[in-house]
Design a protein around this ligand. Structure first.
Ligand SMILES: O=C(O)c1ccc[n+]([C@@H]2O[C@H](COP(=O)([O-])O)[C@@H](O)[C@H]2O)c1
Ligand SMILES: Cc1cc2nc[nH]c2cc1C
Length: 359
């Protein structure tokens, strides 16, 4: 494992139980029937414990949308052609995509990263419109051999760590992951199968909206990729190299970077969750810093969330990616932070508490 990755993976520690307890004790004093703000209270506790303060701020927000292409599209696994990946990157830059709209509502900036788009994006990079950590012009076809080399897998993970560190240094307090990559539900499903041991049919869905026939082929392609590559579930870098994607590695890196620097990170849908699963396998304590944005419509996401041990905040039948669910969930995360920062206790508000108060 390369030095930076090693350092970050080793440096990720569980969130402080002491701060969790302090936050819970404080939240129990708020002038509400105990527990009546439900999941917002758990979220507030998590934020306080991550930041080690009863006044956590998540005001400065960034969505990182990682883009990459996939050689496996040659097997006919997507409803759309790969040229849509760079076209959508251009749309993100123009500000006309769903992620631009939803991030603006959440008060988040969008950072688009070329992790491995199979097109020359140097003009957008030179104009400062996107970040480039291009590992290659798309992965190789995982149905025929490894998607990338082990070195490229490490490079993708470290790129994500770099992006997170750059944004955190600039003052970002809440990150969300996002993805763009035609074909990327296929490697995401393969990653889930490799780690969970679930059969390909159980982890595979319709992605951008494929027919029954194409879905059958996609399941076969995933089975074949697993059979010929034999990814080792005990070696997450091997799983990423053999059946992953550059943007998925980048997402895992962003999550690891956030956890290392004790910054909460909102995980978007199916593809982001595949990145999160890689992060968890590399550094189990990184899960403490993750917030699952939503339950994606992509079949298999439920298994992904179960493997992560996370409950999604929202269920809006989304299946877009880009970080859209992440941006939406940021509004809830901001609300939770403000609940613990700003609400008054029974005592401060002069409200009579329930008589026994549990004791
Ligand atoms: O985030 C999700 O849950 C999600 C579910 C299905 C599809 N997507 C998006 O659709 C693209 C991948 O779909 P596909 O069919 O080409 O594998 C990619 O750009 C993803 O961002 C995203
Ligand atoms: C148009 C389009 C937009 C997307 N955004 C994320 N994935 C996408 C896939 C397609 C096809």
């Amino acid at each position: 494992m390369a030095l930076k990755l090693e350092k970050v993976v080793q440096g990720i520690t569980p969130v402080s139980m002491e701060w969790r307890q302090k936050a819970r004790t404080y939240l129990d004093k708020l002038a509400i029937p105990r527990g009546s703000l439900g999941e917002l209270l758990n979220l507030a506790e998590q934020l306080a414990a991550i930041r080690e303060t009863l006044e956590p701020s998540v005001r400065h927000k960034a969505v990182v949308t990682m883009a990459g292409d996939h050689g496996v599209v040659a097997e006919g696994v997507s409803a759309f052609p790969p040229e849509v990946t760079p076209q959508m990157v251009a749309n993100f830059v123009a500000g006309g995509a769903a992620i631009n709209v939803l991030a603006e509502v959440a008060g988040a900036r969008v950072y688009v990263v070329d992790m491995g788009v199979a097109a020359d994006l140097t003009d957008l990079v030179a104009a400062g419109k996107i970040l480039s950590y291009k590992v290659d012009y798309g992965t190789r076809n995982m149905a025929k051999g490894p998607a990338m080399s082990r070195e490229q897998a490490v490079q993708a993970l470290e790129a994500g760590i770099d992006v997170a560190e750059k944004l955190i240094r600039e003052g970002v307090e809440l990150l969300a992951t996002g993805d763009m990559g035609i074909g990327n539900t296929t490697p995401s499903s393969a990653i889930l199968a490799a780690f969970s041991g679930l059969p390909a049919e159980e982890v595979t869905g319709r992605g951008t909206g494929i027919s029954d026939e194409v879905l059958k082929n996609k399941v076969r392609v995933i089975q074949k990729a697993l059979e010929i590559n034999k990814p080792d579930p005990k070696d997450p870098v091997d799983v990423l190299a053999k059946v992953g994607g550059f943007e998925i590695g980048g997402i895992a890196g962003v999550i690891l970077g956030a956890a290392y620097h004790k910054i909460p990170v909102v995980v978007d849908g199916f593809i982001s969750s595949a990145g999160a699963l890689l992060a968890k396998k590399l550094a189990p304590a990184s899960v403490d810093y993750m917030i699952a944005a939503h339950q994606s419509m992509e079949y298999g996401h439920r298994h992904m969330l179960r493997e992560l041990g996370l409950q999604p905040l929202l269920n809006l039948n989304l299946r877009l990616g880009e970080g859209t669910g992440g941006a939406l969930a940021m509004n809830i995360v901001e609300s939770a932070a403000q609940v613990i920062r700003k609400m008054l206790t029974f005592e401060d508000a002069g409200v009579t508490p329930d008589a026994p108060r549990g004791e």
